[in-house]
Design a protein around this ligand. Structure first.
Ligand SMILES: [Zn+2]
Ligand SMILES: [Zn+2]
Ligand SMILES: [Zn+2]
Ligand SMILES: [Zn+2]
Ligand SMILES: [Zn+2]
Length: 584
């Protein structure tokens, strides 16, 4: 029996092939020596997508290799559960432990130094006074270990210099475990205290005369949890309270002073990642390394996301966004453009079954929102490029703004193919707005959205009928939105520019991940394209044989469909295929 058979899920429809593949992936439940089990890891991928046996199958008592593997893993955990718990309890037993440095009786236990790192008092201070300063030991108190705050930590990062203004002040520092420490910090008037704190990898809660600071490690965790798990600052503070040992007295509410400090810290890290302050030629994650910069065709997808609103009640910003216009266009510029072009109106969209561009989206359901959503674009390599906030529904003036900015951004020898859900209506809008239609621009409809349009639109804008577009499906924005809409839970309650900063960081993170996988993804796409070409040639050859066609017939069929397309575009009376081809 061979189990090395791949059957794509979509093709497994017939009962016969389903039964065949089911049998291939099953082993008897009663088998005691699971020979196939050893191969389970290797073939797991190959069995994914194969049909799952149902109760009405004659052989329902069989189970798939995946089921066998899962059942064995569950059984192994069950067998170990009690022993794991007991080992954990035993590791906490307070028997007499020697100091790991001097072998005298230990009084302190630092779990951050190691699971069995016991110290006498002297050795603990020796090891922690200059390094590991934020380690919090537990103190042996009769029969209990109690967390203890060790005061007297000293930090001096001043460059040695003769100075009469030197003084030692106490800074309260919050570490990544949610524990506060009193630090005796050496400062002088030659340098602002906030700068000295950063030299010690402590981020000040305020820029002037800070008395509270956060460890870099804590803020790094906050950033990772924000970008990958969409944890808000409020959520981070709550998690720190949860993690903090209950015996440590409750610390102050740091939420308010963490908000601005965290944003400033993230901005500093973004600057260090992109180094644009050193060289303005460096990009900030909003430029695709694979798209042509001159003499070529860039394929860009554009779409709107209404799942990223912001409530009017969430307040106003009192400063510009830190991220500038890295991803988001200047809101003043957008508002001005919308006001200037709101008079450009075209006839009602006759692809009426399609929602995008429908004026119903401007209805009153947006009255409680300041920003209703986001419109943006990304290249075919999924690198996010340009975004703007929507203040109404998806009016055509917004995509028009992005298209003009994109055309202005690229040099004149770069052709832009823009894929947009309602390219048909947008083209009418642009033809009315522009005196001369820009020949550098082609419009197309993403492949799955094309089916929502009438035949004329499909003939004119379907990706398969658009030149220089290859196998690009134009659906890159759907994949980007599925990531970005996860932020809506926290961004809808943010101030306007704070929201832009968070969304810009999210886009930068998405861009970073796509760049990291660009080589692998491009190679996968190339392989898929080559395989597809071979299959298409085989299918065409089989079609010609069964229909008794020759190459010239195929060419004529294509030319006839192009003729119809031209007739449709020019509103000429339509001809139909003059010859019927009977395919066996
Ligand atoms: Zn010792
Ligand atoms: Zn330690
Ligand atoms: Zn000084
Ligand atoms: Zn690209
Ligand atoms: Zn259409």
């Amino acid at each position: 029996m061979s189990i090395n058979i791949k059957l794509p899920l979509l093709r497994v429809r017939k009962r016969t092939s389903s039964a065949l593949s089911s049998n291939m992936s099953k082993v008897p439940r009663t088998t005691t020596t699971y020979e196939p089990l050893r191969k389970a890891n290797k073939i797991e991928e190959e069995t994914v997508g194969l049909p799952i046996p149902t109760d009405d199958d004659d052989d329902a008592h069989f189970e798939s290799l995946y089921d066998v593997k899962e059942r064995h893993a569950a059984s192994a955990w069950e067998n170990m559960r009690c022993q794991l718990r007991n080992a954990c309890i035993e590791s906490l037993v307070m028997d007499d432990q020697p100091c790991m440095e001097c072998s005298s009786e230990a009084e302190m236990w630092c779990q951050r130094c190691g699971s069995r790192a016991f110290y006498c008092k002297e050795c603990w201070f020796h090891c922690h006074s200059k390094r590991n300063i934020f380690h919090t030991p537990v103190w042996k108190d009769d029969s209990c270990w109690r967390p203890v705050e060790i005061g007297g930590i000293k930090i001096n990062v001043l460059v040695p210099h003769p100075c009469e203004s030197k003084e030692e002040i106490i800074i309260r520092c919050l570490d990544e475990d949610g524990i506060e420490h009193n630090v005796h910090f050496m400062t002088c008037k030659c340098e602002p205290l906030a700068i000295s704190l950063v030299r010690a990898h402590l981020w000040p809660a305020s820029p002037t005369n800070p008395r509270y600071a956060f460890c870099f490690n804590l803020l790094d965790w906050g950033e990772a949890l924000l970008l990958e798990c969409q944890v808000s600052i409020k959520g981070l503070c709550e998690a720190l309270y949860y993690k903090c040992p209950y015996i440590v007295k409750k610390r102050r509410d740091v939420y308010k002073c963490l908000i601005d400090a965290f944003e400033e810290y993230r901005y500093m890290k973004e600057q260090l990642r992109h180094l644009t302050f050193l060289n303005a030629q460096f990009d900030e994650g909003n430029v695709c390394p694979a798209c042509p910069k001159a003499e070529g065709n860039v394929i860009i997808s554009m779409d709107a996301l209404f799942g990223l609103p912001r409530k009017k009640s969430s307040g106003k910003s009192h400063s510009e966004p830190l991220s500038g216009n890295r991803f988001f266009c200047s809101q003043n510029e957008v508002d001005l453009y919308v006001a200037q072009n709101s008079q450009t109106i075209i006839e009602a969209n006759d692809c009426s079954s399609f929602m995008a561009g429908n004026p119903m989206r401007s209805a009153s359901r947006f009255h409680a929102l300041d920003e209703t959503g986001v419109l943006g674009c990304a290249c075919r390599h999924e690198i996010p490029l340009m975004f703007l906030n929507l203040k109404h529904g998806e009016r055509l003036v917004y995509p028009s703004f992005i298209i003009e900015k994109i055309l202005h951004h690229y040099p004149s020898d770069v052709h832009v193919t823009m894929m947009y859900d309602v390219a048909c209506t947008l083209q009418k809008f642009l033809m009315k707005k522009w005196e001369v239609y820009d020949s550098r621009l082609s419009l197309a409809i993403p492949v799955f959205h094309a089916y929502g349009h009438k035949t004329e639109c499909q003939l004119k804008f379907a990706p398969i009928r658009t030149n220089n577009i290859g196998l690009s499906d134009g659906e890159v924005m759907e994949r980007l939105w599925s990531f970005l809409r996860r932020f809506s839970r926290i961004t809808k309650e943010m101030k306007p520019f704070h929201r832009i900063d968070v969304l810009s960081s999210a886009l930068s993170y998405y861009s970073y991940k796509k760049r990291a996988n660009l080589y692998i993804n491009t190679m996968k796409r190339l392989k898929r394209a080559i395989d597809g070409k071979i299959k298409a040639e085989q299918s065409l050859s089989a079609l010609c044989t069964s229909g008794n066609l020759i190459d010239s017939d195929i060419i004529r069929m294509v030319e006839e469909s192009n003729t119809i397309q031209v007739q449709i575009s020019s509103n000429l009376p339509r001809t139909f295929f003059p010859k019927l081809y009977h395919i066996n």
